[in-house]
Structure formats: C-alpha cells, structure tokens
Design a protein around this ligand. Sequence first.
Ligand code: S3P
Length: 173
Amino acid sequence: MKIILIGYMGSGKSAVGMELAAALGYKFIDLDHHIEFFEDKSISEIFKERGEIYFRKLENRILKELVSTESNVLISTGGGTSCYGNTMDFLTSQEETVTIYLKASLTVLADRLFTERADRPLIAHINDKAVLIDFIRKHLFERSFYYNQAKLNINTENASVERIVEKIMSNLF
Ligand code: S3P
C-alpha cells in the first residue's frame, strides 16, 4: 500500500507520518525534506530564488514519481501539494494508494503556526496573530475542497501523535 498524508501546514503530517510509517514497517518520505535534499536548498530558498510556481510544479512531479515507483511507503506531503495541478485526481486514481486528510481546528493550527512560521514562506511575514488567523481561515476554506477528497478524513482535534496513529490504524484495517 501507499499512504499519502495531506492537510494544512501544522496539521501534524510529518510527526504522524513518521510514527505511522514505523508502526506499519513502511518507508517514510517527507516530501518537503525530499525536495530540499534533491534541490540542495531549503523550501524558503526555493520560493525566494525560483518562485512559487516552480515549487508547485516540482512537488507535483516528485510526488508522482514517488507514487509510481515506491511501494509500502508513507509520504507526508506539503500543505499545498494536494491543492495544485492535477495532484488530487492523480492520487485518487492510483491503485493501492490511500489518501488521508489530517484535519485540525483553526485555533490549533494558528497556535502552532504562529510559533513555527519562520520556515514557511507563505506565512513567514505575518507577525500579527489575528492576521494569521484570518489568513488561515480563508486559505483553509479554499483548500478544503481538495483535502476533503481524501479517502480517510481524520479529525486530529488536539490528540497526541500516538492517539492519531491508533485512530488511523483502526480506520485502515
Ligand atoms: C506549503 C506548506 C509547506 C511547504 C511550503 C508550502 C503550503 O509544507 O510545502 O512551505 O502551501 O501549504 P508543510 O505543510 O509541511 O508546512
């Protein structure tokens, strides 16, 4: 099986992905880290030097390559990966591929992202929490159309990583 975690920035895709992959004995790939390794640049540098459109094409191409070549793999995507180009159509049409949306509330996302925004080029410039909350609210609304196409929709509330992994496992098997 190939498991693809999707969801907004700060929803726990990397932390949950790592634990879930370990629990399943699957290879874990964090798409952002994978891209940073191959480009030899941070995501912020890629955005700054090549622009967002370059990054969107790159993440789409690399995700497709991974899904087509890997098996028994869990891939944690970036918050926007599933929302651009034909990524979601591609993922839902693939055999043995399960997409999982990690859903978190606006409050939880805003609290996490306010302290972790520096390395995230889309929000790094927002220094006012109320402005960030407003940004996330609108952005999440636009992106939910794509996130909601996932096969599994997991409400993470404020649950621990272990609890979320258990929840996903019970939904998968
Ligand atoms: C992005 C999310 C980031 C990263 C890039 C763009 C987005 O990944 O891919 O900064 O568009 O939501 P995380 O969801 O891991 O923060």
